[in-house]
Design a protein around this ligand. Structure first.
Ligand code: NDP
Length: 298
């Protein structure tokens, strides 16, 4: 009997370690849904998000489908424009230019990656910065850099929000980010810094990576390599955030070896059901911000 009780106790203690992105994002969804309902009374139409998908990338198709599903659940109109793999840059630019001036469209998102004949930067620069709900336009990146953000980048903002919801403070913490992409690593490091963390950014050329990761109070891994992070690389009781989404034989794996690291960590995010869920709800929040800007509510 005592053994059973001990097992139950240890299970509930252990499950509290998991930062549940699904649960946190469901609560946020309700808040955003209610905000949209009250804004609709003033504006007389729902916010609208247009997502452009070029080509047949299977992962992109799943992401776009998830974005549409969440949009519809919370009262955002959703349109997906599907374009052929061979679409050329000018065709895509012309479509974006039309959406830029369409009074019924609040947010425009071009799903990345794009086929190689199209320059990503040229496309991101074409999106009206006031409708750039992914926060990838150089103007919006610049505003974020100087601490006056119009929108927040979805994955980094989702991670900060997850930590807040778990009452994990960033001030004074040693945070190590592995990965320096424009989508995750770099903007994330910036937001962490703005939250008064001491930030170390690591990448593929970092020497003695374990020496740095072993010092982290909070370790965030965004590299795209399944099960890369193991327990020997972390400090006891550190907080582990797994951004990675790696598909192998139709199964999803994070960049963290969850089973190996679990015991040693004080908090950990799962994959799936972690950061990915937060990314989508942050996109919804940005779409509502764009809708408010568009309708001069802020
Ligand atoms: P990128 O491929 O653009 O960047 C990967 C980064 O990881 C690079 O900076 C690279 O370094 C670094 N890196 C690669 N291998 C190592 C290594 N062995 N040691 C240290 N650093 C390494 O990926 P993204 O940032 O776009 O995405 C990262 C992961 O996050 C992917 O699995 C992606 O699917 C996932 N993702 C998840 C999201 C979510 O919502 N959960 C959203 C976006 C991405 P270098 O710069 O030197 O090449």
């Amino acid at each position: 009997m005592e053994n059973i009780n001990l097992k139950v106790l240890s299970f509930s203690k252990n499950s509290q370690k998991i930062i549940n992105g699904t649960e946190i994002s469901e609560n946020l969804k309700l808040q955003v849904k209610n905000e949209i309902l009250s804004l609709k009374n003033k504006i007389n139409r729902s916010p609208k998000l247009v997502v452009i998908l070029v080509g047949e990338n299977p992962a992109s198709k799943v992401y776009v489908g998830n974005k549409q599903k969440t949009s519809l659940e919370i009262g955002i109109q959703s349109e997906i424009i599907k374009l052929d793999e061979n679409t050329n840059q000018n065709e895509l630019i012309n479509i974006i230019k039309k959406l830029n001036v369409d009074a019924n469209v609040d947010g425009i998102l071009v799903q990345l990656p794009l086929p190689k004949q199209i320059c990503e930067l040229e496309i991101l620069k074409t999106i009206n910065p006031l409708k750039d709900v992914d926060c990838f336009h150089p103007e919006n990146v610049g505003l974020m850099l100087i601490g006056k953000p119009r929108f927040l980048p979805c994955t980094p903002a989702g991670i900060i929000e997850m930590l807040k919801q778990k009452n994990i403070t960033l001030e004074g913490k040693n945070v190590v980010v592995i990965g320096r992409s424009n989508i995750v690593g770099k903007p994330l490091a910036l937001l962490l810094l703005q939250n008064n963390a001491t930030v170390t950014i690591c990448h593929s050329k970092t020497k003695n990576l374990e020496k740095l990761t072993q010092k982290a109070d909070i370790l965030i891994v965004a590299i795209g390599k399944a099960n890369f992070l193991t327990k020997d690389m972390i400090k006891k009781n550190s907080i582990i955030i797994d951004v990675g989404i790696n598909r192998i034989d139709n199964k999803l794996y994070g960049d963290v070896n969850f089973k190996d690291v679990f015991e040693k960590a004080s908090f950990i995010t799962p994959v799936p059901g972690g950061v990915g869920k937060m990314t989508i709800i942050m996109l919804m929040k940005n779409t509502v911000s764009a809708y408010k800007i568009h309708n001069k509510i802020i």
